[in-house]
Write a protein that binds this ligand. Structure first.
Ligand code: FAD
Ligand code: NDP
Length: 311
C-alpha cells in the first residue's frame, strides 16, 4: 500500500516528487515507458536547447530532465519505469495498474503531460527540431529563425499567439490556415490581422517540407483551386492543437471538452478528493516547463495537506 503515487515524469511530476519526498511522503513515481510516444522525462527530451528555465543559461532538454530525475531520486523518490495502463478512482485506496501489477495508494498526482500534434508531412522527420517546431515560445528565439520568413500552421488562438510571438524575430510570418476562417477568438483574430508582419493564407494545405539540413521551403496546395506552389520559408511551426495524455483515466476524472483534466481554480484538486493534477495535462494555456514545475509543487503541497488530514 502506497502513500502517494505520481504518474508521469516531466517537470511537473519530478517537481511534485522532489517536494513530496522532502515532506517524507515516500512517493512512488511511474515515469512511463515511451508513454504517449514520449520518453521518460517528457516533452523536453524531444528538444535541444532550453534557454528559459530559470537557473540555467544554457542546457539541453534531455540534460535538464536528467538533473530533475537525479534530484527526485536523491530526495528519496522511488521510480518505476512503467506506463500506467489504468486506474480505479471510485474509492480509496485508489488502484493503479502498471506493468501487469496492481498498486494501491491513498493519494495520486496525475502529471502525464500533453503531446503537440504533428502533421507528419514528407520531409518532417528529417527536419524536426532543425527548423520545424511545435513551440514558438520555446524555439522561436533560436538564431536560425532570425530575420527569416516563417510559417505557422493553424488558425486557432495558439497559432495567433505563436505567429505574434515570432514577429519579434522573423522578417515575416505566414499563417497557413486550411479553411477560409480562423478558429481563433475575435480578439486574437484582430491581433493577427492588425499585425503588419503577419500574412494569413486561407484555404492553404501544407504538403511537404523542403530542405536538407534546415528548412528552405514549404510546398502547399490551394484547397479551392488545387494549385500547388512552394513558399520560401526558413522555419515551420505547428500550432494545430495538443492532445492531453488522459486516455488511461477512462473518464474517471472530470475533463473539459478537449480532454484536459479540470482542476479547481487556484489549486491542483480534481473532482475526486485525493487526486491532484499538475502540468500540461491540466493546462492548455501556458504549457511551459516552469509553469508545469510550479503546478507540480502545488500538487505535492495539496497532497501533503490531504494526507495529513487522513491521519
Ligand atoms: P510532459 O513533459 O509532457 O511529461 C509527461 C510525462 O508523462 C511523459 O514522459 C509521458 O511519457 C509520461 N506519461 C504519459 N502518460 C503516462 C502514463 N499513463 N503512465 C506513466 N507515464 C506517463 N517549455 C519551456 O519552458 N521551455 C522550452 O524551451 C520548451 N521547449 C519545448 C520544446 C518542444 C519540442 C516541446 C514539445 C515542448 C517544449 N516546452 C518547453 C514545453 C514543455 O516541454 C512542457 O510544458 C513540459 O514538459 C510539460 O511538463 P509536464 O510535466 O506537464 O509533462
Ligand atoms: P484549436 O483546436 O483551437 O485550433 C487548432 C487549429 O489548427 C485550427 O485552426 C484547426 O483548423 C487547425 N488544424 C488542426 N489540425 C490541422 C491540420 N491537420 N492541418 C491544418 N490545420 C489544422 O487549438 P489551439 O491550440 O489553438 O487552442 C486550444 C485551446 O486553448 C482553445 O480553447 C484556445 O482558445 C485555448 N487557447 C487560448 C489562448 C488565449 O486565450 N490566449 C492561447 C492558446 C490557446 P480548423 O479550424 O479548420 O479545425
Amino acid at each position: 500500500m502506497e502513500n502517494l503515487i505520481i504518474i508521469g515524469s516531466g517537470p511537473a511530476g519530478h517537481t511534485a516528487a522532489i517536494y513530496a519526498a522532502r515532506a517524507r511522503l515516500n512517493p512512488l513515481m511511474f515515469e512511463g515507458m515511451f508513454a504517449a510516444g514520449v520518453a521518460a522525462g517528457g516533452q523536453l527530451t524531444t528538444t535541444t536547447d532550453v534557454e528559459n528555465y530559470p537557473g540555467y543559461l544554457e542546457i539541453s532538454g534531455p540534460a535538464l530532465m536528467d538533473k530533475m530525475r537525479a534530484q527526485s531520486l536523491h530526495c528519496g523518490t522511488r521510480i518505476v519505469t512503467e506506463t500506467v495502463e489504468k486506474v480505479n478512482l471510485s474509492q480509496r485506496p485508489f488502484k493503479v495498474w502498471a506493468g501487469g501489477q496492481e498498486y494501491q495508494a491513498n493519494a495520486l498526482i496525475v502529471s502525464t503531460g500533453a503531446t503537440a500534434k504533428r502533421m507528419h508531412l514528407p520531409g518532417e522527420e528529417n527536419l524536426w527540431q532543425k527548423g520545424i517546431s511545435a513551440c514558438a515560445v520555446c524555439d522561436g528565439a533560436l538564431p536560425f529563425f532570425r530575420n527569416k520568413v516563417l510559417a505557422v500552421v493553424g488558425g486557432g488562438d495558439s497559432a495567433v499567439e505563436e505567429a505574434t510571438f515570432l514577429t519579434k524575430f522573423a522578417s515575416k510570418v505566414l499563417m497557413i490556415v486550411r479553411r477560409d476562417v480562423l478558429r481563433a477568438s475575435k480578439v486574437m483574430q484582430e491581433r493577427a490581422k492588425n499585425n503588419l508582419k503577419i500574412e494569413i493564407m486561407f484555404n492553404t494545405i501544407p504538403l511537404e517540407v523542403l530542405g536538407d539540413k534546415s528548412v528552405t521551403g514549404l510546398k502547399i496546395k490551394n484547397a479551392l483551386t488545387n494549385v500547388e506552389t512552394t513558399l520560401d520559408v526558413g522555419g515551420l511551426f505547428y500550432a494545430i492543437g495538443h492532445l492531453p495524455n488522459t486516455g488511461f483515466l477512462e473518464g474517471q476524472l472530470e475533463l473539459d471538452e478537449t480532454c484536459y483534466i479540470k482542476t479547481k481554480p487556484g489549486s491542483t484538486k480534481t473532482n475526486v478528493e485525493g487526486v491532484f493534477a499538475a502540468g500540461d495535462v491540466q493546462d492548455k494555456i501556458y504549457r511551459q516547463a516552469v509553469t508545469s514545475a510550479g503546478t507540480g509543487c502545488m500538487a505535492a503541497l495539496d497532497a501533503e495537506h490531504f494526507l495529513s488530514a487522513l491521519k
